[in-house]
Ligand binder design. Structure first.
Ligand SMILES: Cc1ncc(COP(=O)(O)O)c(C=O)c1O
Length: 467
């Protein structure tokens, strides 16, 4: 099918909320590790991994083989009947995450968060929740209610027992100051309504919110405050989980042990699965019958076991940290070279974001779309997120190679270089002056004249390249 035919069918039959990336979108028909191929045979290096899902690569043969083997053997029974894969997966997760010996399997991130929120209500016998502004936790009714990003709050009648506190981030503000502001708001809410609050839910790195890493010490201090009021901490590890940030859980990496953790995306490597896991004490409160028809399905559980085998065997967390450091360094250097375009680079491991035009988010959003389109035409799929949709998102399969990173940076440099040339021409036309000023000097590293060399050729001239 042509892209036009697919778009026409989607327009005719999907709900109008459904969107797609790109003015000229390709139809993706196959995948292999860090690559996907479209219907016309064009190959793209994927730097978005289907929003953090295929961390272990597209159609990874070791994992696909386990999926197919199980699909041929036994596909579905429900947890009413005994099967091996879900029991083995529960045991495996408990070994990998010993603080959370009990798990409930479901099918998506939203469902995992919904379950965690209900568990917190059952455990504390309280109704309220605390959440951060600009967070995203899902599409079910409760998870929409604790979602701070307005564009994802689809339910017009959200649960009104949710207290939003400012996230510990503001562009240009010192992270520790932002953390203090958020913690002080947390303390106020706890003072006012702590007795009615079951849990605080937090993404250790806000993904859709624009790759905002919780600052040093923030989560641990929040946990101490919450404990004072008997309020649980839920870490939404749906985007961060299973190695992308450099460890299996980003919450652990950021120095906190939440009471409940939620997982999905990368755990299934492309096969739908969700789960929430809790401490023995908290899990004991989910003691009335509850079941998910597909949760712990043999095919998804067998796949998740193969995903975990692969993550361990290939030491993907270490790889994410190493390659993420290289990618971040490259993006940082590019930010220094295009300071008008790139405002900030953020993130951990291979969960990175680069914000465009933070001071003019509408322009940033338009430029972000242009960068995505041109990068796609050059063979690279990158994502976007952020409150104003002006943050380039880099969350590639962790199996990506250093050479892919270099090639992507080279393409990004060419795209940003083209945009910068136009900006400078516009600036010149507006000023009506064509004579270069000292501030236009390329070697100054700031915005140069219209003839400014792209970043990487400048790097090469300096005898170095972004690693
Ligand atoms: C942090 C976070 N939580 C929850 C969700 C919802 O997950 P799902 O789309 O699998 O329901 C998402 C989805 O992107 C997410 O990023």
């Amino acid at each position: 099918m042509t892209p036009e035919e697919v778009v026409a069918l989607r327009k005719a039959h999907f709900f109008p909320c459904t969107q797609h990336f790109y003015r000229n979108p390709p139809v993706l028909v196959s995948g292999s590790m860090q690559h996907v191929t479209d219907g016309e045979g064009r190959v793209y290096t994927d730097f978005f991994a289907g929003v953090s899902v295929v961390a272990t690569g597209h159609c990874n043969p070791a994992i696909a083989e386990a999926t197919v083997r199980q699909a041929r053997r036994l596909q579905h029974t429900t947890t009413i009947y005994l099967t091996e894969p879900s029991a083995l997966l529960a045991e495996r997760l408990a070994k990998l995450l010993p603080a959370y010996p009990r798990v409930f399997f479901c099918n998506s991130g939203s469902e995992a968060n919904e379950g965690a929120l209900v568990l917190a209500r059952r455990h504390t016998k309280r109704r309220g929740f605390i959440s951060l502004t600009e967070s995203l936790h899902g599409r079910t009714s409760l998870t929409t209610s604790v979602t701070g990003l307005s564009m994802w709050r689809t339910d017009p009648f959200p649960d009104d027992h949710v207290y939003f506190i400012p996230r510990p981030y503001e562009f240009g503000l010192d992270p520790q100051e932002a953390a203090e502001r958020s913690l002080s708001a947390l303390e106020d809410v706890l003072n006012e309504a702590g007795d009615n609050i079951a849990a605080m839910i937090v993404e250790p790195i806000q993904g859709n919110g624009g790759m905002i890493v919780m600052p040093d010490g923030y989560l641990a201090r929040a946990k101490t405050l919450l404990e004072r009021y008997g309020v649980l901490l839920i870490a939404d590890e749906i985007q961060t989980g299973f190695g992308r940030t450099g460890q299996l859980l980003a919450s652990r990496q950021l120095g906190v042990q939440p009471d409940i953790v939620t997982m999905a995306k990368a755990l299934g490597g492309g096969i739908p699965i969700g789960a929430f896991a809790a401490t023995e004490e908290v899990a004991a409160s989910l003691n009335v019958p509850s079941a998910s028809t597909f949760g712990g399905n043999p095919v998804s559980a067998a796949t998740a076991l193969a995903v975990l085998d692969y993550i361990e065997a290939e030491r993907l967390p270490e790889r994410a940290e190493r390659l993420g450091t290289a990618l971040k360094r490259g993006l940082e250097r590019m930010r220094a070279y295009y300071p008008h375009l790139l405002s900030e680079v953020r993130g951990l491991g291979l969960m990175l974001g680069a914000e465009l035009y933070a001071g003019d988010p509408a322009r940033g959003a338009a430029v972000t779309d242009r960068v995505l389109e041109e990068m796609k035409d050059r063979g690279f799929l990158i994502g976007k997120n952020g409150v104003s949709r002006n943050v380039l998102a880099f969350q590639p399969p962790i199996v990506i190679e250093p050479g892919d990173i270099e090639a992507m940076l080279e393409a990004l440099d060419a795209v940003l270089g083209g945009i910068e040339q136009e900006r400078l021409k516009e600036e010149e036309a507006a000023e009506g002056a064509k004579t270069p000023t000292p501030a236009d000097d390329v070697s100054a590293g700031g915005s140069g004249p219209a003839g400014k060399e792209p970043f990487l050729s400048q790097e090469a001239a300096n005898g170095g390249r972004p690693e």
